[in-house]
Design a protein around this ligand. Structure first.
Ligand code: SAM
Length: 343
């Protein structure tokens, strides 16, 4: 190794060693409301920020310094004082009320994924999720929705991603030939909103668990939205509604192959000839060595679900076991790929 290579590899080493602190400092600044305060009031001194957010001055000064080093905040000097302000990046993604805000995602990762990740070694040893180590129900969605507040937070989390990649994903195929779309496990309706925006003649029904539908109706989709409606049900137990196209967005990665085939078989049986299923989610490379985010997500799925991220061949095998013979994949410029299979 020459000296440039060695310097680079030490930098990589440091990032891997302290990567969790990149996340934790960002989560903490989000949780304390640093970006929200600075967005509404403009640049402030560390003393004022600490006072407004009810923290120690010393702790806040250290956190602000870390955020500047992470390029989440910038500094300016005014009247001998250092003032901290949001960068464009933080205003766009970390300020809670920005249309592209990922603040809900930060909260979820901090309170849930980060906590589960403490047990990653056990999950890898045992090859199964670690829900038993946490209070509350042990099956996946009873656990996720263990309280009213958790349910709402998870639905906020689900909506977050769509603000980043929703348009690209929904535009990957021309869906105008499917006037009635059913979004199975459609959560708070972010995908449904993208669909009706892009396809003026389509209607979307969101099929999800009853307690999710209640929250979605109350907080996420207004009653005036005539082209979106809701259906309560369990897609492993109840008959599926009629539709021209069924969407499964980030659903299959929650379940093992058997359950995925069960669900896709129901979709195939209910689907009319010419209709189809649109699978949206991350796809792992065939050699299983990337992309990095998909590999991370497979570990996250291992930690708290029954599923994993799959390769295209694996997804095609599930589709064909259910009866769908032909599937086409479109890559997008986002972490999510789209696969359309027609009956
Ligand atoms: N499709 C949404 C998206 O991409 O934003 C949400 C994906 S989330 C990972 C999985 C969804 O499946 C949740 O909304 C969950 O409530 C729903 N779900 C889980 N089990 C279900 C079941 N048995 N029947 C119906 N929906 C279910």
């Amino acid at each position: 190794m020459n000296s440039t290579e060695e310097t680079e590899s030490i930098e990589t080493l440091i990032q891997y060693q302290y990567g969790f602190m990149f996340s934790k400092a960002t989560f903490t600044a989000c949780e304390l409301g640093v970006f929200d305060l600075l967005e509404s009031e403009g640049p402030l001194s560390s003393t004022t920020i600490a006072e407004r957010l009810g923290t120690s001055r010393y702790g806040m000064e250290l956190l602000l310094g870390a955020c500047v080093a992470l390029k989440l905040l910038r500094t300016e000097r005014k009247d001998e004082q250092v003032l901290y302000g949001n960068t464009d990046f933080s205003s766009l993604y970390l300020y809670r009320s920005s249309p592209k805000s990922q603040s809900a995602c930060m909260t979820w990762l901090s309170e849930n994924t980060y906590a589960y990740s403490v047990h990653l070694t056990d999950a890898v040893r045992e090859g199964k999720n670690q829900l038993e180590k946490f209070p509350g129900p042990k099956n996946v969605y009873d656990h996720v929705y263990r309280s009213e507040e958790q349910r709402r937070r998870f639905m906020d989390l689900m909506n977050c991603g769509w603000s980043l990649w929703g348009r690209d994903v929904i535009a990957a195929f021309d869906l105008s030939q499917f006037p009635n779309i059913c979004d199975l496990g459609g959560s708070g309706g972010a995908l449904a909103k993208e669909c009706i925006y892009l396809y003026p003649n389509c209607k979307v029904s969101i099929f999800d668990l009853p307690e999710v539908v209640k929250v979605a109706k109350k907080h996420f989709v207004s009653e005036e939205e005539q082209r979106i409606h809701f259906l309560e049900g369990d897609f492993f137990k109840d008959p599926l509604p009629e539709a021209d196209l069924y969407v499964l967005a980030r659903v299959l990665h929650n379940w093992d192959d058997k359950k995925c085939v069960q669900l896709l078989t129901e979709v195939y049986k209910t689907c009319k000839p010419g209709g189809g299923v649109l699978v949206i989610g991350m796809v792992v490379n065939e050699d299983r060595c990337g992309p990095l985010l998909s590999q991370f997500y497979s570990l996250i799925m291992l930690l708290h679900t029954e599923g994993k991220e799959r390769t295209l061949s694996e997804i095609n095998m599930l589709l064909s076991a259910a009866g769908f013979k032909e599937a086409e994949r479109k890559k997008t410029n986002t972490s999510q790929d789209v696969i359309l299979a027609i009956k």
